[in-house]
Ligand binder design. Structure first.
Ligand SMILES: [Mg+2]
Length: 264
């Protein structure tokens, strides 16, 4: 009888030790970024869309080169983030850690200088260079990110990465003045970006119509002088949903996102 109880005791103990603990699924505050980041990183459609945009940019570049103003140098203006460099690993890190964008978390990423080139970007800008067209990078990366960004672009083989061609943000978000300065020196053939504000300051004024009215007004520029790339992960479109106030709480942002959905 004594042995019998001992066997039962050992069996229960072994069973307790083998019990698999349920995996604690940590719900990140940035879980809403999951689908768009997976799409950006893992869909062939994303890759095709970038190629489509840069292929079309090549067609338009050739068209504009037929009637070039020879008194001025020619350039294309490109944004950097989600235009020529892929920062989706930063978004993935936000989901993983539950910590969103801040100057510190962002710089931790850009300091590594290891963002990959987006599909078609490198080929297009090197093609433009062959045709005598310079690249001007107008980015809202901060000046203290300039050197690491230059290293990143240089390692990937991007052209025109000297100071004169890389206009980063000092204190002003708007890219308007930087575009005007470039326009004095260059004939700007194309503008390429993932945000409408990469094209003109008109799009800085998004109100409750979320910019739809402005896009309608400028619709003929898209695929002409404006080449827009897809970015479902973040952007000014998101800010418009939050009343252009990114400082509201994550909970309120989630509520506003849900409330703006159109169902049937
Ligand atoms: Mg961008």
């Amino acid at each position: 009888m004594k042995n019998y109880f001992l066997i039962i005791f050992v069996a229960i103990s072994i069973s307790a030790c083998n019990k698999t603990e349920p995996v604690q699924e940590t719900k990140s505050e940035y879980e809403h970024l999951l689908m768009s980041t997976v799409w950006f990183q893992q869909s062939a459609e994303m890759k095709a869309l970038y190629h489509q945009c840069y292929n079309w940019a090549t067609v338009m570049l050739d068209k504009y080169l037929e009637n070039i103003d020879t008194t001025k140098k020619a350039c294309v203006i490109v944004d950097i983030d989600e235009t020529v460099l892929d920062n989706s690993p930063f978004e993935a890190k936000c989901i993983e850690t539950g910590k969103g964008y801040s100057s510190e978390t962002w710089k931790e990423w850009t300091d590594q200088a290891k963002a990959k080139a987006l599909p078609g970007a490198l080929e297009f800008l090197n093609y433009a260079k062959e045709k005598g067209v310079e690249t001007i990078y107008i980015s809202n990366r901060k000046l203290n990110e300039l050197e690491k960004t230059r290293k990143n672009l240089s390692d990937l083989g991007f052209p025109f990465i000297d100071d004169a061609h890389m206009l980063f943000k000092d204190s002003v978000n708007s890219k308007k003045d930087r575009r005007i300065a470039i326009g004095k020196e260059y004939q700007i053939l194309l503008l390429i970006g993932d945000q409408l504000t990469d094209f003109t300051e008109i799009f800085e004024k998004r109100d409750s119509t979320l910019g739809f009215d402005l896009v309608e007004q400028y619709k003929n520029e898209f695929g002409d002088r404006f080449i827009l790339l897809p970015n479902p992960m973040y952007g000014e479109w998101e800010g418009a949903i939050y009343g252009n106030d990114f400082k509201i709480s994550d909970a309120l942002k989630a509520e506003k996102r849900r409330k703006i959905l159109k169902s049937f």
